[in-house]
Design a protein around this ligand. Structure first.
Ligand code: COA
Length: 177
């Protein structure tokens, strides 16, 4: 799978992360417990953790195991979040995160829409899917807004360590062609 290095929406540029992004990612959202509440990672305690995360983001592009993009608001060139897509044969799945100050402005649906659209334009991709914690309605709304259908509940699917040590039930959403 060869993904574009950048994607554009009306208000956002999506681009590959670079090492220099770590400071802003840390400042904007990575240390924020509210942002991390329903994610698979824990709030970063130091910028070193964010540097490690960004190194991972750069290396997964190289080995093609995942394709994270930082979200840059065009208006002021501010880094406000990240979306990631991963491919597995004919399927792709997504994850996303946004700085709390920017919640509720429709940025993530905008980014997810362009990425989902790109994926489904590929002949070999038939399904794009994502999950969210049952208690994370904001994330469920993102998926509904981009036209994904709720397919059901995946029992004990994922560990959200800021909620519990035990695996939690998730909604599964998907769009297919
Ligand atoms: C989930 C998330 C990515 C949504 O992104 P977004 O760009 O704010 O999405 P939208 O603007 O479309 O808002 C989606 C929903 O968030 C909720 N929302 C809006 N503003 C909010 C706020 N200030 N605080 C809490 N929730 C809010 C609303 O339910 C909204 O749905 P609505 O538009 O039908 O009212 C963002 O809330 C976030 O980064 N959360 C923390 C990380 C996370 O949970 N990631 C997903 C893991 S599965």
């Amino acid at each position: 799978m060869k993904l574009p290095q950048t994607l554009e929406t009306k208000r956002l540029s999506l681009r590959q992360p670079v090492a220099e992004d770590a400071a802003l990612i840390f400042k904007q959202y990575a240390q924020d417990p509210e942002v991390a509440k329903y994610t698979v990672w824990q709030p970063h305690q130091s910028i070193e953790e964010t540097h490690k995360w960004v190194s991972r983001c750069i290396s997964v592009w190289v080995d093609a195991s995942a394709f994270p993009y930082v979200l840059i608001r065009k208006e002021d060139a501010q880094l406000i979040g990240m979306v990631e897509i991963r491919f597995n044969n004919f399927k792709a799945d997504l994850g996303y995160v946004l700085a709390k100050s920017e919640w509720g402005k429709g940025y993530v649906p905008e980014a997810v829409q362009v990425l989902t659209g790109w994926a489904l334009e590929q002949d070999e991709i038939y399904r794009v899917w994502a999950v969210c914690d049952l208690e994370n309605p904001a994330s469920a709304r993102v998926m509904e807004k981009v036209g994904m259908q709720r397919e059901g509940i995946l029992k004990r699917w994922i560990i959200h360590p800021n909620m519990s040590k035990e695996p939690r039930d998730c909604y599964c959403y998907a769009v297919s062609k």
